[in-house]
Design a protein around this ligand. Structure first.
Ligand SMILES: Nc1ncnc2c1ncn2[C@@H]1O[C@H](COP(=O)(O)OP(=O)(O)OP(=O)(O)O)[C@@H](O)[C@H]1O
Ligand SMILES: [Mg+2]
Length: 405
């Protein structure tokens, strides 16, 4: 099988998915804007061929370039697990007659207002919302929806340009701060806990699923540098509120016509105990969550995805053995990392429950936590018992201090 894989080396987890496709027996044809030398060696090894384009997002040109390049070879699948490439791969599928979502089917995955409109029509619970282009339209929506509310770009990512407004002056300030965003989504603020729903599907059937709990909510993590945020993949998906989220997520997948591949959804559990849908990405989760899911079940979901795409099967036994939580650290201070304070003590206490430890080494420049989810390092802890997992997670969040000076 010949698979065209867009951006095979970027971002973070793409090399793992690319390598898994080759391991599943596919011939992988990479297309990206990175020079071939910038690809990690294992990506280069996994690729049968690589086409470098100057501007991957110049959609028509990229589709034509790939058509020329693949002229004498068949194209069986086109894949991209990076959000901005979703529409581009759909265009390629249409152009090359390859199975998978069309452009029309992909739009609701990229446009949060369209997505919620489709889900509302199917009777699924989403926050009340409206699309707005001007100050007047935002205010009209706010009058209808009421405060508190959220305003965010219709195609946002990483909680960028996302504001919670509790008062009229806050809403005015948010409108002023968002003048560079042409179109916004005004939404009822859903109070409560926030979760993911992550799936690998084959022909519309969910073959693997995961629910992870954000600690704290991504927006709070984005607004407060001092927090060590993270996410815990839950071992037990059967408690009633979690079941409600899974059912909602499955209904979303079938409403949107999702067929085969990995998807990442977000949902809220509100104060009344209702599951309210947040958003869906028709791609792998960010924030290293695929690794965290792997640690929860001792599986390889990079391989699981590739097997689903290439052979339409999911043969691994994904028993949920642990709660697995990732904590992301942000250094205190500026400049270079100078110490990992508290680490020795934490490892003495909890070392056997640490599955993964990857801190920016002493002497290296600290990272920009707004750009890099993993910040100045990440730790995965795991334990069969949730309360114990939370305790260890909180210990790494509070007592591990990455210092920079
Ligand atoms: N209606 C809402 N009620 C409460 N919180 C919200 C709401 N909409 C967004 N948020 C908060 O803002 C965050 C970012 O919003 P959302 O997930 O829609 O956008 P995003 O920037 O695309 O996120 P991602 O990083 O997942 O791509 C959410 O994770 C949540 O914490
Ligand atoms: Mg989100």
């Amino acid at each position: 099988m010949n698979v065209v894989m867009l951006s095979p080396g970027f971002p973070d987890d793409m090399p793992y998915f690319t390598r898994a496709l080759a391991a599943a027996g596919a011939r992988v044809y990479g297309v990206g804007d990175q020079p071939v030398q910038a690809l990690r060696p294992e990506v280069r090894e996994a690729l049968t061929d690589y086409l470098r384009v100057d501007d991957l997002w110049a959609e028509e040109r990229t589709v034509r370039a790939v058509a020329d390049w693949m002229r004498n070879r068949s194209i069986d699948r086109v894949e991209c697990l990076w959000e901005p490439g979703m529409v581009l791969v759909a265009r390629m599928r249409e152009a090359f007659g390859v199975p998978g979502l069309t452009v029309e089917q992909t739009i609701p995955f990229r446009d949060k207002v369209r997505m919620k409109d489709v889900l509302d029509r199917a009777g699924l619970r989403t926050p009340q919302h409206a699309r707005a282009r001007t100050r007047e339209e935002v205010w009209r929506a706010a009058d209808r929806i009421g405060l508190p509310l959220i305003i965010k770009p219709v195609d946002g990512a990483g909680s960028a340009d996302t504001y919670r407004c509790d008062t009229a002056p806050e809403l005015d300030a948010a409108i002023a701060a968002m003048r560079h965003v042409p179109e916004v989504n005004v939404e009822e603020y859903v109070d409560g806990e926030e979760f993911t729903f992550d799936t690998i599907s084959i022909g519309g059937h969910v073959a693997y699923e995961n629910v992870a709990w954000y600690r704290p909510k991504p927006l709070v993590a984005r607004l407060n540098e001092w927090i060590s945020p993270g996410v815990i993949a839950l071992r037990d998906l059967e408690p009633e509120p979690i079941r409600r989220g899974r059912e909602l997520g499955r209904a979303v997948l079938s409403t949107l016509g999702w067929d085969t591949g990995i998807a990442h959804m977000e949902w809220f559990l509100n104060a009344q105990g209702d599951a309210v849908f947040g958003e869906i990405g028709g791609r792998a989760p960010g924030g290293r969550l695929t690794h965290v899911m792997n640690y929860a079940s001792d599986v390889d979901l990079f391989r699981g995805w590739a097997e689903a795409v290439v052979h339409r099967t999911f043969s691994q036994q994904a028993d949920r053995r642990y709660n697995a939580g990732a904590v992301f650290k942000r250094a205190h201070g500026t400049g270079r990392i100078s110490a990992h304070e508290g680490l020795d003590h934490l490892l003495r206490r909890h070392g056997e429950h640490v599955a993964h430890l990857d801190l920016v080494p002493v002497g290296q420049p600290r990272r920009d936590w707004r750009q890099v989810v993993t910040g100045d390092g990440w730790v995965v802890v795991r334990h069969p018992d949730l309360a114990t997992t939370i305790e260890i997670f909180d210990a790494f969040a509070a007592e591990l201090r990455v210092l920079a000076s």
